[in-house]
Design a protein around this ligand. Structure first.
Ligand SMILES: [Zn+2]
Length: 82
């Protein structure tokens, strides 16, 4: 795991964000500043890939919206596979 990703995960657990499931593995993340970003996940060969439409995400950098949405995605996917 890269340091950048680790930092993003740490930040995601500190900051209280609201994640709303939009359907089809898309999530709306609302920050405390009321910024709204959309995160989408896809799975290839058992590996999950996420993409956020914030500035960092658009530059292919690890942002903290992604791990937050990933926690919700993991919960939803595990519910569906049972
Ligand atoms: Zn983001």
């Amino acid at each position: 795991m890269t340091q950048q990703l680790q930092n993003a995960i740490n930040k995601a657990s500190r900051i209280k964000m609201t994640v709303k499931f939009l359907g089809n593995r898309s999530y709306l993340v609302v920050t405390p500043q009321a910024h709204r970003y959309t995160v989408r996940f896809e799975t290839f060969d058992g590996q999950r890939y996420g993409r956020c439409n914030c500035k960092a995400g658009a530059a292919n950098m690890a942002c903290y919206h992604l791990p937050k949405a990933a926690m919700v995605d993991t919960a939803i996917q595990s519910m569906r596979s049972h």
